[in-house]
Design a protein around this ligand. Structure first.
Ligand code: ADP
Ligand code: ASP
Ligand code: MG
Length: 453
């Protein structure tokens, strides 16, 4: 009956927010583990550190230290503050060492050193949250990803958890603490790679760690505590009257998260789905709100759109080669060239003599170099930058006759040209690409016509 509660950056972003979070944790009576993000703004600051001149970097480090000490002064008892401060200093020393290591790292070690540096925010916040909880009488214990045994594989900034190895570690190191009545406060965002160094799971990766920990502890549920009332019908920053969904199917949430809904890290659903455990999205600024329950549902019958997301700043790379479809293995070769180096492709489509892939714009140059290296097989490569992917989701939507026609007629009313379509691969989502300049308008239009009331 264990539960995992994950708190995001804004939920631990200030002394007041940490106190509110601590109260939510204490109010929940059952056995639990907690996963925390860095205080908001901290990971961004860490990522910017290597480019800062020495003086400015020193100021940033002092600001980071002061931020955590302010929480200590406001929310910890005098004795626990005294115990906390040397531990915080030790972590600040670790962070300074990580910055130094980055500066002396060789070119081919840079990404690994960068990942190690950016993972330090969670080590500071987990210690701080644990001591605030202890000051309120809760038997909390801070644990780093190393101590908890979160095992990661993959490339820097794009790690994946090894669920099997992590589960064994969590059962040996974390479960006994929970059984003794303690509340482990575990760092989000990163795990430990094969070389023993931190490997992050990408921006927003603490949600994924929450789900990985829930999977490893065979928990019943993972709660993602954030700054909105739940998973909504669209990004509330884009669509002002977006509504909170009370229930979602795993597939709906996974598609939306992958294609742009920032409320969940794209990989959060998978570890939960594997063990059939519920994912809840809740608001730490409104803890009594119902939140969104994400689980395995199949709604009977036909439905229309339930939520819409967008992913900006993508590019379509079009590869031309005579009669692509008749050359065995060529599609494979092109995809291999596109994807090597851990590139995420958001859509793929083929015709007789072209293949189009949708990729992040900041990776276009490298991808084109690799594709052009296929010389004899490739006639021409064309890039269209500045496009966005729109992901329209509804369980049962694609079994409903005429839905695509309705969606594209709404899109045409905005004057947007559809550059690429991906339909049929997913049971619940219809994805298509429009120019960046029209993306917000398209999201608003679809929301107005088919979701909002
Ligand atoms: P945290 O720091 O708690 O991880 P994030 O900033 O990563 O929080 O995610 C929460 C934010 O996601 C919300 O404030 C909201 O602006 C944004 N968001 C985007 N799409 C959605 C959506 N469909 N539902 C809810 N929030 C969304
Ligand atoms: N602190 C990390 C980030 O800002 C991870 C997270 O917040 O989930 O990306
Ligand atoms: Mg997040």
């Amino acid at each position: 009956m264990i539960k995992v509660m994950k708190f995001g950056g804004t939920s631990v972003g200030s002394a007041e927010a940490i106190r509110r979070t601590a109260e939510i944790i204490i109010r929940d009576p059952g056995p639990k583990a907690v996963v925390v993000s860095a205080m908001s703004g901290v990971t961004n600051a860490l990522i910017a550190l290597p480019k800062e001149p020495e003086g400015k970097a020193g100021e940033t480090l002092a600001w980071l230290r002061e931020m955590h000490l302010t929480v200590a002064r406001g929310e910890m008892t005098v004795e626990l503050q005294r115990e906390f401060e040397p531990l915080l200093e030790a972590r600040m020393t670790g962070l300074r060492d990580a910055l130094r290591s980055y500066h002396v790292s060789k070119d081919d070690e840079r990404d690994v050193a960068y990942d190690a540096l950016s993972s330090w925010g969670e080590r500071l916040s987990s210690l701080t949250v644990a001591y605030v909880l202890r000051s309120l009488g809760c038997d909390a214990v801070a644990m780093t990803g190393e101590e908890a045994g979160i095992v990661a594989t993959g490339t820097p900034g794009n790690g994946s958890a090894d669920l099997f190895a992590t589960g064994a570690n969590l059962k040996a190191r974390v479960l006994p603490l929970i059984e003794m009545g303690q509340v482990p406060i575990i760092t989000g965002f990163y795990g430990i790679g094969p070389d023993g160094r931190p490997l992050t799971f990408g921006r927003g990766g603490s949600d994924y760690v929450g789900s990985v920990v829930a999977n490893g502890l065979d928990a019943d549920a993972v709660e993602i505590w954030t700054d909105v009332d739940g998973f909504m019908t669209a990004d509330p920053r884009v669509v002002k009257d977006a509504k909170t969904l009370t229930e979602m199917d795993y597939n709906e949430a996974a598609e939306l998260a992958y294609f742009g809904a920032k409320v969940l890290h794209p990989r959060t659903i998978e570890p939960a789905r594997k063990k059939d455990l519920e994912v809840w999205v809740k608001n730490s600024f409104n803890p009594d709100g119902k939140g969104t329950r994400i689980f395995k549902i199949r709604r009977p019958g036909e439905t229309m759109l339930r939520s819409v997301a967008m992913k900006k700043d993508l590019s379509i790379i079009k590869v031309y080669s005579g009669e692509i479809v008749y050359q065995p293995g060529l599609i494979n070769k092109i995809l291999d060239a596109v994807c090597s180096g851990g590139v995420t492709t958001y859509a793929v489509s083929t015709s007789l003599s072209t293949m189009a892939v949708l990729v992040p714009t900041d990776q276009v140059y490298d991808i084109c170099e690799r594709v052009k290296a296929l010389k004899d097989d490739v006639e021409k490569v064309h890039v269209k930058e500045g496009v966005s992917l729109i992901c329209a989701v509804g369980d049962g939507m694609l079994q409903t006759c005429g839905v695509s026609a309705k969606i594209f007629s709404a899109v045409s009313e905005t004057g947007a040209n559809v550059e690429m379509i991906s339909e049929g691969a997913s049971d619940v989502a219809l994805n298509f690409v429009v120019g960046n300049e029209r993306a917000v308008e398209v999201v608003k239009k679809l929301h107005d016509m088919y979701i909002g009331d």
